[in-house]
Write a protein that binds this ligand. Structure first.
Ligand SMILES: Cc1cc2nc3c(=O)[nH]c(=O)nc-3n(C[C@H](O)[C@H](O)[C@H](O)COP(=O)(O)O)c2cc1C
Ligand code: SF4
Length: 530
């Protein structure tokens, strides 16, 4: 009996060794039979191990440990303070952003640790107002949940984000995979139209306007976003691996199970700027909703043509979402995630400049995405002229993602980006929705506080002159100098400035201590202090 006990493991190891030596797929196992498995096991859990044991506070990408800690603490609803000073390599980093505080100011914001986080923080511009859309509106929150489809995310993850967004007053973008039951838990929606037209396509897979109109009438859709491209995979259509396509997802999208679902790389409902704007106007007429586009930034001809076509004022998009090349995805070839399309801080200013030179920035709400759910990145984006930000992976982190980067495998260990029934159980919407709401509130709170430090009542009023990018201890330049912004660029128009200042005061988020006008801006209607 004892001999048998000893012999069994030896025989098992011998069998594994024999199989390793015979196989040709993994050289490491042919060279190091049995032992090679230990290395492979360690490699497969490397990202998780590095996070817990090895990584420093500013290592790890896409989000550093400090950034993730900030999100996790925010999601817990705790005051997100850190001690002992920065551990960033401030003196040596290239392009380190520094926001410049102002000593005396006409407006103050409350100093309380949690001030403002439960109050609305709307954008300075009204979505759809410039083009007089029937259902133009000012969202309650300038932070939105960025498009992530049900399919790439699990049902409970989508539900958690939706319920959290409802509590925090944020809009929730459906992503290109259609409007699922998980999106119907209280939040107002931006419905995204992707190249496969999931949820609004006919039997042949073409865009179906009547279906879109019916969908917007049935659900709380407040805006429509036509997705042209995404920072992590521009020029490529969406991809949902077969392993993640359940019966429910197949039914929502109108696709078969058992095979990868690859969307076309480009739209079939329009073929150039001209036909795109025709479609935008038709959708806006039929639904009354603001209609925008989402795009990564590559060649600039498209943007020049768009601004030129909008100059007459006859047709135009209501909002433009610029997604940085550093943005996330559920699945994409590495070369696209790493190397195609410009990062946000290069791409956005190029587009903004074109619209500023054409005098069109007051007519468009600019939404930015690409790691902007971290307050310092958001502050830079607002200084560059965004009106709203969209957050995707940061919101995923708030509902439990640990950045294991296995979203494409259906083996997400936390249940956030999988359809595996056992793993999906990891996400409890009752708990995670509280966390996502708390994260959204904390981001809002920190944006209010940083605006207060700059001496302005709202993040959109942070000017490109108020933020510098620092190179070591010798050089730094303002965003205005770096990106060639002229005076007044990056800010909403004077009437929007006056209006948002009054809203912030009325909402109790800011107080006049003197007549206020943002430095460098001449207001025709300066608000009078009470
Ligand atoms: C899992 C996942 C799924 C995504 N799905 C979509 C999508 O359906 N449509 C879209 O426009 N962008 C999609 N994105 C991109 C995000 O909306 C966002 O633009 C990008 O991740 C940048 O934001 P972030 O840095 O806050 O993550 C997805 C991103 C992730 C991580
Ligand atoms: S969603 Fe899941 S697989 Fe994707 S990065 Fe987060 S923990 Fe990893």
């Amino acid at each position: 009996m004892r001999k048998w006990l000893l012999g069994a493991p030896v025989a098992a190891l011998a069998a594994v060794a024999a199989a390793d030596l015979r196989q040709t797929r993994y050289p490491i196992l042919r060279t190091f039979p049995v032992l090679g498995h230990a290395r492979m096991a360690l490699t497969s859990i490397g990202p998780e191990l590095r996070q817990y044991i090895v990584a420093g506070n500013d290592e790890e990408r896409p989000f550093t440990r400090n950034q993730r800690d900030w999100i996790y603490e925010s999601a817990e609803g705790r005051a997100t303070t850190f001690s002992f000073g920065t551990d960033d390599d401030v003196e040596f980093l290239e392009g380190y952003p520094v926001v410049k505080q102002r000593t005396f100011t006409g407006v103050t914001v409350s100093a309380h640790a949690h001030s403002g986080e439960r109050l609305p923080l709307p954008p300075a511009k009204v979505l759809g107002a410039a083009r007089g859309r029937a259902r133009a509106f000012r969202p309650d929150s300038l932070v939105t949940i960025s498009g992530m489809s049900y399919g790439s995310l699990s049902g409970p993850a989508v539900e958690s984000l939706n319920r959290g967004a409802a509590v925090a007053g944020a809009l929730h973008n459906t992503g290109e995979g259609g409007l699922s039951p998980h999106h119907q838990n209280g939040a107002d929606l931006i419905f995204q139209i992707g190249t496969a037209y999931f949820g609004v396509r006919d039997a042949d897979g073409r865009f179906d306007m009547d279906r879109l109109v019916a969908l917007t009438e049935k659900h709380p859709v407040r805006a429509i976003e036509i997705k042209l491209s995404q920072g992590a995979k521009p020029g490529l259509g969406g991809l949902l691996p077969a392993s993640k396509i359940t019966e429910e997802i197949a039914q929502i999208r109108g696709i078969p199970t058992g095979e990868d679902c690859a969307s076309p790389s480009r739209h079939t409902a329009f073929r150039d700027v001209d036909s795109m704007l025709d479609l935008v106007e038709e959708i806006a007429d039929r639904t009354g909703l603001p209609v925008g586009i989402k795009s990564a930034v590559g060649e600039m001809e498209f943007w020049q043509e768009l601004a030129a076509a909008m100059s007459s004022g006859e047709r135009g998009v209501d909002f433009i979402t610029i997604d940085g090349g550093e943005g996330g995805t559920g699945a994409a070839p590495l070369v696209f995630s790493d190397a195609v399309s410009l990062p946000f801080r290069l791409g956005f200013p190029r587009v903004y400049r074109i619209f500023a030179e054409a005098g069109l920035t007051d007519d468009v709400v600019f939404i930015g995405s690409g790691k902007l759910g971290i307050p310092e990145n958001a502050a830079v984006a607002f200084a560059l002229g965004v009106d709203m930000i969209a957050v995707a992976r940061e919101a995923m982190l708030s509902v439990g993602c640990i950045q294991a980067q296995k979203c494409h495998t259906d083996r997400c260990p936390t249940g956030v980006a999988t359809q595996h029934p056992w793993l999906v159980r990891g996400v409890d919407p009752a708990d995670k929705s509280v966390r996502s709401a708390a994260y959204l509130r904390s981001l809002k709170r920190e944006l209010i506080k940083v605006s207060g430090a700059v001496g302005v009542p709202h993040p959109a009023l942070i000017r490109p002159e108020d933020v510098e990018l620092v190179t070591g201890t010798r050089e730094s330049s303002t965003l205005a100098e770096i990106y060639g912004y002229r005076e007044g660029w990056g800010l909403p128009g004077p009437s929007d400035v006056a209006e948002i200042t009054e809203i912030m005061v009325a909402n109790g988020l800011a107080e006049h201590t003197a007549a206020y006008a943002p430095p460098g801006v001449r207001l025709t209607d300066r608000p009078t202090p009470p």
